[in-house]
Design a protein around this ligand. Sequence first.
Ligand code: DQA
Length: 146
Amino acid sequence: MTTHILVLHGPNLNLLGTREPAIYGQTTLAQIDTSLKEMASQAGVKLTTFQSNHEGALVDCIQSAAADGVTHVVINAGAYTHTSVAIRDALSALAKPVFEVHLSNVYKREPFRHHSYLSDIAQAVIAGLGAEGYRAAVRSILQQPA
Ligand code: DQA
């Protein structure tokens, strides 16, 4: 199977660079996506990205992923991490390895950020490394056979 990584970004991540930079850093979403696409292209692997502020749009994208040949999902679901059974169920139905990423260390923050609907179905959880967390997830996938 040819590796195809889907990188999903949830609500408010389109604001990266200006959104609470002390927490989320100064790197923009476009810079993150470009850097991940460069990593994948150097490895000869397909990588697509999608950001939405809408839960249903993220669910639709996850549902389409099987037909699109997606083999791995890297997801920062933003606030939906802590609320969305629908995104969890869509990822469970897809049944591909999930890498959950958070820019901030959610466990150092408010208690409502400590629960994730995704962590127990994820292969790995990376939190607190900033934009490097996405790169760590992609690097790990590139080291695994599809
Ligand atoms: C986040 C953490 C979430 O709690 C928050 O709602 C986000 C971003 C992170 O990347 O640190 O939007 O997922």
